[in-house]
Design a protein around this ligand. Structure first.
Ligand code: CMC
Length: 434
């Protein structure tokens, strides 16, 4: 149920000598918005907001984010507490149902995850037809899109069995991700097991081999669990807005999520975790020439940016980044790994945070800056980092899609434009064209 408060306050807009009164809406944590839903109809003017820097696309009860204070909460619960005290499965349930599950609810949800962990055997043949260098993100979106052909029942009433559909997607996406890795390695597939947790199962499917059984270490499971929780939702970011926009056309959940996966792939969004490692490796190979890369990032004529730095909403340290940085130190110690890329990342952060360019623009490390170093340490290949982000973000996408569908005020997403092309001109027959 979407709650928004229409205040007594209004805003006045003066155009061509005429004054229009616009309602002001307030959120439960003090977000303020001017409701312009009747603007075009009443004034003949639209708004123009490239990149939607000032535009709220919906009212939502799922995630609260204060970019100035570095606050992030899911359904009112602080991210720090959820990351410390919950399992990813509990957080997935919380996001989708607006309630932390009790034991019975959690067990029922876990049983569904177990029940739906396999993918249809026919789908396994899909993997054979991708070239060996295929991007795991493209494979993931294709496979998720294809799920609607194998499990079409949700097309009738997607909200009736949301628990089943959510569990099916959350469980199968993990199997798809691990299978795609095994296929890329040319190794036999490892099937999911009912005796392992969500994260334990994923790690086992990724790394167990007939010739060398994988030992699921609880510390690694705990770290992965934390990472997935920290990625689980982030309000109306690019991929989530994509899921909502595509879903607003009435298409099924699988197709909407596949679209979100494609949006997440971009290096300015989820793809940044992969780009960070590539950047750190490049600095390493360049004799740790930090200055060169800092200068490149500051140079307006150079498209290079410091990956894992900056955020549209956070103007301070990303709270997820703080937790991930600590988790990174902890797991590397537990696994007795010394990664030169971690030293480079720390140094880069130190230099950037004392540089006037980054200070002036409030550019801090974001969620992607240290996460890749953890993934490396636990054996995830670099080209699968963004897939890991997608596994984490999935419950958020589902919750946002569900909220969009349940909201009676939802309309098909259809922005306008200011046309700046040629005015009407006479048609030129082919023989007369220059
Ligand atoms: N390195 C160098 N300069 C930067 C960076 C960066 N990483 N990020 C922003 N800037 C500069 C930018 O050039 C601009 O400078 P000026 O005002 O002189 O033109 C100013 O800071 C504002 O940047 P913007 O591009 O207008 O800001 P935005 O809100 O549109 O972009 C961003 C946000 C995340 C796309 C951007 O900070 C960026 O490209 N960061 C690197 C990629 C990255 O780490 N993405 C992951 C984001 S968090 C997880 C997620 O969303 O998936």
């Amino acid at each position: 149920m979407t709650r928004k408060i229409h205040t007594e306050r209004t805003a006045e807009l003066k155009i061509d000598g005429k004054t229009y009164t616009l309602p002001i809406i307030e959120g439960s944590e003090g977000d303020r918005a001017i409701d312009i839903s009747r603007l075009l109809q009443e004034t003949g003017y639209m708004t123009l907001d490239t990149g939607y820097k000032n535009t709220g696309s919906c009212a939502s009860t799922i995630t609260y984010l204060d970019g100035n204070k570095g606050i992030l909460r899911y359904r009112g619960y602080a991210i720090e507490e959820l990351a410390e005290k919950c399992s990813f499965v509990e957080v997935a349930y919380l996001l989708i149902h607006d309630k932390l599950p009790n034991t019975e609810e959690l067990n029922a949800f876990k049983s569904l995850l177990e029940r739906f962990a396999l993918i249809h055997e026919d789908m396994i043949h899909f993997f054979d037809h991708f070239p060996s260098h295929a991007s795991p993100m493209s494979i993931l979106s294709v496979m998720v899109n294809s799920l609607c052909n194998y499990y079409p029942e949700m097309s009738d009433d997607p909200l009736e069995n949301i628990d089943m559909t959510a569990a099916r997607l959350i469980s199968k996406i993990r199997t798809i991700a691990a299978f795609s890795y095994k296929k890329s390695m040319g190794h036999p597939l490892v099937y999911p097991r009912h005796d392992l947790s969500y994260c334990g199962n994923f790690l086992n499917m990724m790394f167990d081999k007939p010739v060398k059984p994988y030992t699921v270490r609880p510390e690694v499971v705990a770290t992965l669990n934390k990472l997935l929780i920290l990625h689980a939702d982030h309000e109306q970011n690019c991929s989530t807005s994509t899921v909502r926009l595509v879903g607003s056309a009435g298409v099924n959940l699988y197709a909407s999520i596949a679209a979100g996966i494609n949006a997440l792939w971009g290096p300015l969004h989820g793809g940044a975790n992969e780009a960070v490692i590539q950047m750190l490796e490049a600095i390493h190979a360049d004799n740790n020439d930090f200055e060169k890369y800092i200068n490149k990032a500051k140079d307006k004529n150079d498209p290079f940016r410091l990956s894992g730095f900056g955020h549209r909403v956070y103007k301070t340290y990303d709270p997820r980044g703080t937790i991930i940085k600590k988790a990174c130190d902890e797991i590397l110690t537990v696994l007795n790994i010394s990664d030169p890329l971690l030293d480079i990342a720390r140094k880069l952060e130190e230099i950037a945070l004392s540089d006037e360019y980054f200070i002036k623009r409030n550019l801090y490390p974001n969620v992607d800056f240290y996460s890749g170093i953890i993934y490396r340490a636990i054996g995830i290949p670099t080209n699968m980092f963004t897939v890991m982000f997608a596994l984490g973000r999935l419950p958020g996408w589902i919750a946002q899609w569900k909220e969009m569908r349940e909201d009676p005020s939802t309309k098909i997403g259809r922005p306008r434009q200011v046309y700046v092309g040629e005015p009407e001109r006479p048609f030129i027959p082919l023989e007369k064209r220059d």
